[in-house]
Ligand binder design. Structure first.
Ligand SMILES: [Zn+2]
Length: 68
């Protein structure tokens, strides 16, 4: 009998989520409470999105895109 290794996907998901900061805010256009990650929001009710520069983390630059 061999021990079954724990499933991988949940571990990877938890690892990914631990690096994310999930916050909520009120949509500035329609007032619906919406959730965002790292300070970036998009409203599913009216389509409003906040400016990318309001995010809490830096966006990757073209230099970070090694696949280009
Ligand atoms: Zn909205």
């Amino acid at each position: 009998m061999t021990a079954t290794p724990p499933p991988r996907a949940p571990m990877q998901a938890a690892e990914f989520l631990s690096g994310q900061e999930i916050t909520t805010t009120d949509c500035r256009r329609c007032g619906t409470q919406i959730a965002g990650i790292n300070g970036r929001y998009s409203c599913s009710a009216c389509g409003w999105v906040n400016d990318w520069s309001e995010g809490h983390t830096d966006l990757p630059t073209a230099d970070d895109d090694t696949a280009a």
